[in-house]
Design a binder for this molecule. Structure first.
Ligand SMILES: C[S@@+](CC[C@H](N)C(=O)[O-])C[C@H]1O[C@@H](n2cnc3c(N)ncnc32)[C@H](O)[C@@H]1O
Length: 272
């Protein structure tokens, strides 16, 4: 088990990823520094709030899909601030016995989530760094609810971009895949540099703050789709494979968004 425990601190004057996303989604759990960073980002890429919403829609679709596949255990890593249609709400609406463990290293996220989930005995919140999958999967608050001998779904939704080093991100996905049993699933979504490299380069610089993720290298741009594909090695991808977020099994009646305007990809893979 690694000794890495460098959690994000609680700095209201430093923009914070989870709170910026909260602002994009119209939430109230953000501070002036987050709103300023969010507005600067929107000035560069006006599609960002729409992309945050599309990411939440995907979360709902994929949790319902996995519930339909018989999955009753979910681990949502880099879960972000609670908002609407959180994983446990979607999973328990489909199958009330579903158990969901949320993981984030941000104390604001963890405090909010614990307050909201205090009465739900089928959920728990683990404060941990996703770069330490062994610590996460061995955490007493996870082990209490999740039986790793039975199929589980690991959700990494818009989370891995917070790990700038390719080899570390690949190691995280590899170690998670190794620890879950056959029949388990991994869900990965990730923003990509392919369509708007100039914009994503500026955003990547803007959001890399060593105060938030200590001890990591900076990178020049977000990953490309080709750089993310290896995270799905060893998994059988559900149809339609690795696609832009709105293109993954859209629900009938959902607002139609041109997938090409959303520069994030998703893939949903089953461990054979
Ligand atoms: C862009 S938000 C995504 C939130 C949510 N999954 C969603 O799609 O709306 C990324 C989340 O990852 C968390 N995060 C970033 N680096 C992390 C790390 N090393 N360990 C655990 N969580 C991390 C942040 O605190 C934040 O809540």
């Amino acid at each position: 088990m690694s000794k890495r425990r460098d959690f994000a601190g609680f700095h209201t004057r430093t923009p914070n990823e989870a709170r910026v996303v909260d602002y994009f989604l119209g939430g109230k759990d953000n501070f002036a520094a987050d709103r300023k960073a969010a507005e600067q980002a929107v000035a560069l890429a006006p599609e960002l709030p729409m992309m945050a919403l599309e990411s939440r829609r995907f979360l709902g679709r994929v949790v319902r899909f996995l519930a339909g596949e018989g999955i009753r255990q979910f681990v949502d890593i880099g879960c972000g601030l609670p908002t609407q249609n959180n994983a446990h709400e979607v999973a328990q609406a489909a199958a009330p016995e579903s158990r969901v463990v949320y993981v984030d290293f941000d104390p604001v996220v963890v405090t909010h989530a614990r307050a909201i989930l205090a009465d739900d005995v089928r959920t728990s919140v683990v404060q941990a760094d996703m770069r330490d999958p062994d610590l996460i999967l061995g955490h007493p608050d996870l082990v209490r609810l999740i039986d790793l001998k039975r199929p589980v779904a690991i959700l990494l939704i818009s989370a891995l971009q917070a790990i700038p080093e390719d080899e570390v991100a690949l190691d995280v996905t590899t170690r998670l895949r190794e620890r879950i049993c056959p029949g388990s699933w991994m869900v990965i979504s990730h923003p990509v540099s392919d369509s708007r490299p100039d914009v994503t380069e500026q955003l990547a610089t803007m959001f890399q703050d060593e105060k938030i993720v200590k001890g990591t290298r900076r990178r020049d741009n977000l990953r490309s789709q080709a750089e993310i594909e290896p995270y799905f090695d060893g998994l059988e991808l559900a149809d339609p494979g690795i696609v832009r977020t709105p293109a993954w099994r859209p629900d009938r009646g959902e607002p139609r968004v041109d997938p090409e305007t959303v520069w994030s990809i998703v893939g949903v893979g089953r461990k054979p």
